[in-house]
Design a protein around this ligand. Structure first.
Ligand code: GUN
Ligand code: FE
Length: 432
């Protein structure tokens, strides 16, 4: 059926490399191969070795392009694909002016289904094979999202957003309906095929304490599910949260006191953190998620990657479409690099490519399934052309090392550098 032997320059990671000298952190094989069988990676390594195992499996020769594990986006909003690049405001005005009206349309199941197809196309066109998505507050949007992902056999994580106050009626649920809908969606979708569920209270401002308590009850009843929300993105958001939750020690405590923290919790943004909050994130094993293009676009602030890492915290990295401005995890790395530059921090190319593959898989606890090209993993593979544009080809003519080539790819690359994306062994990108 979909068995294919891919040939190309193979790059896969074993742990996070701090610099190019950390050769044990990755395997790079100039003439490499990945044998995809039944949607899984049956073998990978030097072409000569893998070809022996492959028998008469058809070969797709991608040389001189690079084969890497498909990219993973750990924070994205499915119902925001039509409001990317909406002008002029910071977080709370942007939500009220653009986001909530767009999300209200997802009450319509037909609209949700049409947009779910476009959403998945955009992801794979940009080399992303797994995303952790906020759907709208409407059950229909989560159903459309999971049905489309199942149709394509994508490993996708998502959840119906829970929000029962401080937003227009068209996007509000109630504490009870959000609990009931989330329960039903978990029963229908979590662990079905490649789907996984994320319990999704939007953020403190749009949830009553009653709703957060029910979200905590869901998380306690379903420890196998993820929890995703937003934390400390913007100063006005933090002040408003403090006024709504006067008993909370700080913003994080709103989630902590409702039992929402743990190793499967993803905290979008986490920019303006107090020391106590950082300690509690570390102690609970929760994961901040760095959203570079979004943080710059909304003027939210500079994510302290090195500071969090020094406290033993592992962060994800993500687009945060539609406050983020690019679906490309390469462009996400580009802007992430610059945010760290402004703080005298470094994002080396090898660590960068680790982050959007194995690193994000580790954050999700899925490294045995996605994020590498190791035998036994699911066959999600991206094929990258570092010379995709004339400007990139000119630049690459002077690249002398793999690290240099990857760095220029991270800074200059986008969907034009994605030659092909395989999901569970099946090519997704239409021929140009
Ligand atoms: N905080 C609460 N909701 C959102 C959202 O949709 N996008 C961003 N960037 N921040 C949020
Ligand atoms: Fe977000």
């Amino acid at each position: 059926m979909s068995d294919i032997l891919l040939r190309g320059r193979l790059l896969t990671f074993h742990h996070a490399p701090m610099d190019a000298e950390d050769k044990a952190a990755y395997s790079y094989i100039e003439d490499g191969a990945v044998l995809m069988r039944g949607g899984m990676i049956a073998a990978s390594g030097p072409f000569a070795d893998v070809a022996q195992l492959a028998g008469d499996t058809p070969i797709t020769d991608h040389r001189p392009h690079i084969l890497m594990a498909g990219f993973i986006d750990t924070h994205i909003h499915f119902p925001q694909i039509q409001i990317v690049a909406s002008w002029g405001s910071q977080l709370l005005d942007w939500l009220n002016g653009y986001t909530f009206p767009a999300e209200a349309e997802y009450a319509n199941a037909q609209h949700s289904r049409a947009m779910a197809g476009r959403f998945c196309d955009l992801l794979t066109d940009h080399g992303t094979t797994t995303a952790v998505a906020f759907c709208s507050s409407h059950k229909a949007s989560a159903e459309a999202f999971f049905a489309e992902a199942a149709h394509r056999n994508m490993r996708m994580i998502g959840g119906k957003t829970m929000m029962d106050r401080n937003a227009p009626d068209g996007v509000l649920d109630t504490a009870q309906s959000s609990y009931d809908d989330s329960m039903a969606l978990i029963a229908d979708w979590h662990g079905r095929g490649r789907a996984l569920y994320a319990i999704t209270p939007r953020f403190a401002i749009t949830s009553t304490p009653e709703q957060l308590a029910l979200a905590g009850a869901l998380a306690a009843a379903h420890p196998e599910c993820y929890v995703q929300t937003h934390l400390s993105e913007n100063h006005d958001e933090i002040a408003y949260t403090a006024s709504l939750y006067p008993q909370a020690r700080d913003y994080l405590d709103v989630y902590e006191s409702h039992g929402l923290l743990g190793p499967r919790t993803l905290l979008g943004h986490a920019i303006h953190l107090k020391d106590r909050e950082i300690g509690a994130i570390a102690a609970t094993g929760s994961h901040p998620v760095f959203c570079p293009t979004s943080n710059l676009f909304l003027g939210s602030g500079l994510f302290d990657d090195a500071g969090l890492r020094a406290r033993g915290i592992s962060s994800g990295i993500a687009t945060d479409i539609g406050a983020g401005t690019s679906y490309s995890m390469l462009q996400t790395l580009n802007e992430g690099y610059k945010i760290l530059q402004l703080q005298s921090q470094k994002l080396h190319a090898l660590r960068a490519f680790h982050w959007i593959t194995r690193g994000n898989a580790e954050v999700l606890g899925l490294v045995d399934k996605i994020g590498t090209l190791d035998a036994g993993s699911e066959a999600d593979v991206v094929v990258l052309n570092p010379r995709a544009t004339p400007a990139m080809a000119l630049r690459m003519a002077r690249a002398e090392t793999l690290a240099e080539e990857l760095f220029a790819l991270q800074m200059m690359g986008d969907d034009r550098a994605i030659v092909q994306t395989y999901v569970a062994g099946r090519p997704q990108k239409k021929a140009a």
